[in-house]
Write a protein that binds this ligand. Structure first.
Ligand SMILES: NC(=O)c1ccc[n+]([C@@H]2O[C@H](COP(=O)([O-])OP(=O)(O)OC[C@H]3O[C@@H](n4cnc5c(N)ncnc54)[C@H](OP(=O)(O)O)[C@@H]3O)[C@@H](O)[C@H]2O)c1
Length: 362
């Protein structure tokens, strides 16, 4: 697959059509979308307007975002057409994607989320409401700390994990049920592949532990070709990279530019580390992070509506970092996700949630 794709979440209307067409005209060949993004008609139109033949484009979409027990109270369910994107409806969801995109097949189809219950999803999504929400000035963004300096993020994340564990206990759901739900979704994607409507199938936001568990699914399970997930120096996931590499699963990293903006705003040393690497290697900070991702063997999907940024991003494919610069960036790892918290899924598939969780009343 191509080393870099165009991310399209948040791109809608003419801006999306124009961005996709510009990307393909600039030589990009991979476009990433999802049923959740609500922009597949525009992505399809952008491909057609680019003049690049469909068969030369590597087109990825994603289904099975919402757990089967989601309802109107589940974050994004009402606004993002949740009923068409439920686990259990994968094959119908793919048919809808193909109709919206106006194509006969996709090159890559992903399970958009590993979450198997609304409670797990609630816990897993918690990081979104901190730095990312503040960056985008969203209503409901959680402040960093109480007036006395107590940090809120670790408190909320721990509480949400404990609440998910308690909900699972109350509903009699254990790791066996969670893994069975993941397997049911995966079998549906295998059927999508067998039908020829998806050339390759993979997953998104799956933690290392779940990738390992999937290797134990009874034959004839195929193994995920890719895992698309948040990856940047602050959330570098070394264990997951080792497991994926051992299994031949390609990683696709997202969230680089948001991480860069959060690092820059944080006022810590991270933004300065990236800036100094950029000065040394003659690239921009975005190019540095794209090149760093490549050193991890991962594919990137920066989102942009700006053709100048797209060209800058594509040029990063030729930027090489020194071993010293890679080490300086590696040292920023804080196991700190901005989007999804993998531990919520690890809890769901493990026999015992982390002891720390059990200490929290919910
Ligand atoms: N699987 C999942 O659950 C999941 C979750 C999140 C994202 N994704 C995928 O990953 C893609 C990328 O992640 P993301 O959307 O979170 O955002 P991102 O790529 O980290 O950041 C997007 C922002 O970066 C800016 N940008 C892009 N290139 C730039 C450059 N060279 N210099 C300066 N700014 C630049 C863009 O602004 P301009 O438009 O002005 O260039 C945009 O505001 C998404 O679009 C989506 O396809 C998947």
């Amino acid at each position: 697959m191509p080393q870099m794709g165009l991310g399209t979440s948040g791109l809608t209307g003419k801006a999306c059509v124009d961005a996709v067409a510009a990307w393909l005209r600039l030589g990009g060949r991979y476009v990433d979308t999802a049923l959740l993004y609500g922009n597949q008609r525009e992505v399809g139109e952008g491909i057609r307007q680019s003049g690049v033949p469909r068969e030369d484009v590597f087109l990825c979409t994603k289904v099975a975002f919402f757990p089967a027990d989601s309802d109107a109270s589940t974050w994004m369910f009402r606004d993002r057409g949740g009923a068409a994107n439920l686990k259990g409806g994968e094959e119908a969801s793919l048919d809808l994607c193909l109709e919206e995109l106006g194509v006969g097949y996709v090159d890559l189809l992903l399970v958009h989320s590993p979450c198997t219950s609304a409670a797990e999803y609630r816990a897993a999504s918690a990081p979104h409401f901190f730095e990312l929400s503040r960056l985008h000035g969203k209503a409901g963004a959680v402040p960093e700390a109480l007036p006395d300096g107590t940090l809120l993020r670790p408190l909320v994340l721990t509480h949400q994990r404990a609440a998910a564990a308690q909900a699972a206990r109350a509903e009699g759901r254990g790791p066996v049920e969670a893994l069975a739900a993941v397997e049911a979704t995966w079998r549906a994607l295998e059927r999508c592949k067998a039908s020829g409507k998806a050339r390759h199938v993979g997953v998104s936001n799956f933690p290392a532990e779940l990738l390992e568990a999937m290797a134990e699914f009874p034959a004839p399970a195929a193994y995920p070709a890719v895992n698309q997930l948040e990856m940047h120096p602050r959330f570098a996931s070394p264990r997951l990279r080792a497991v994926a590499s051992q299994r031949g699963c390609v990683l696709i990293g997202y969230g680089l530019n948001h991480a860069l903006q959060i690092l820059a705003q944080g006022g810590g040393s991270g933004g300065e580390v990236v800036a100094s690497v950029a000065r040394r290697c003659g690239g921009t900070p975005t190019q540095v992070l794209l090149a760093w991702l490549r050193t991890k063997g991962a594919v990137s999907i920066p989102r942009s509506r700006d053709p100048a940024h797209m060209s800058e991003n594509l040029a990063a494919l030729d930027l090489d970092l020194s071993a010293g610069d890679v080490a300086a960036l590696d040292a920023l790892d804080a196991d700190h996700p901005h989007y999804w918290m993998p531990q919520a899924t690890v809890d769901a598939i493990s026999l015992a949630p982390s002891p720390a969780c059990g200490l929290w009343p919910v």
